[in-house]
Write a protein that binds this ligand. Sequence first.
Ligand code: MG
Length: 390
Amino acid sequence: MIMKLISILGSTGSIGKSALSVINLHPGRFKVFALGGFNNIDLLLEQTIKFKPSYIVTKDLPSKKLLIDKLKDTKLETTVLFGEEGYSFIASHEEVTTVIAAITGSAGLISTIEAAKSGKQILLANKESMVMAGDLLNKICLENNATLIPVDSEHNAIFQVLPSQKDSQDIKKIILTASGGPFREFDTENLKNVTIDQALNHPNWKMGKKISIDSATMMNKGLEVIEASHLFKLNMDKIEVVMHPQSIIHSFVEFIDGSSLSQLGNPDMRIPIAYALGYPDRIASGVEGVLLDKLPNLEFSKPDLKKFRCLDLSYQCLAMGAAHCISLNASNEIAVEAFLLGKISFIQIPELIEKTLLTAETTYINSVEDVLEIDNLARIEAAKILNKLF
Ligand code: MG
């Protein structure tokens, strides 16, 4: 067994913490080479003392100085870096075999690309980098022998049941399951007055703020449809979404012979993380299996695209092409931030995105610079619309 040397981008977030708890169960298999956190310095320090990485990365120079200061008493020889250059450094370092890409949002793009350019095994939790630059990322991986293993639970489930990605002609369709979030039972009228706390309170999964809001709007599922199209190289007409409020079945693959395969598990991210970390072996995740006799009834239904407009907009963007997907993601980030600051209401999130998308133009994406330029233009447009209308 070859020891995997791991860099975790986003170690202090929800996925990062779950990954470290799985890694902690397997000291002979994994060594934490580097940790990249953001503004939770206390937790980054705590993780550094426990896992003794060679490098840690924090958000800026002042927090770097603070961490160096705090590390003085520990006698650890950990080098402290900061910012985008730091994240890219630990994503591409020659000693690293495996990169866990778990930074939230578009902020994770550059370091994920760097990992791909350096031929790493990438455990991809940052779905936004696939949404923004799926074709480009696939191309860079192919050119540099990098591999992508999805951590997102639905995509990980599909990855677990697909014997080989070359058999995509055998796939009739994939079906992503969606819990429907906290507002599954709400009607459009009730959605007008929901609070930030209600939107953050996901019934099944404990997650970071951005993805919790994305789950409440179902933009998360929309981004996952786009992510799936790139990961599994499928046309959008082969990707469906089904509501499954119990979050026990984490997606289906339906084959042309009428067979459907799926993966079941309790809603705990340590399961897909353990599969991705151990692949192709299976390793303990620390999570119990589902107790079939204790399971609630498993329900399935079609999503209401009029109520969950973000999901509808995502399909439209996938049809329109890469530039629209970038604008979708960028305007969503602006809208979620505005909602969390109390500037707009919950139902204004899709409104802001839709208005921004009207300004998007179909452009060919050739490089990361192209992606960043379109992302930036969409943010400027979204900010203008935000100031004018809301
Ligand atoms: Mg997911």
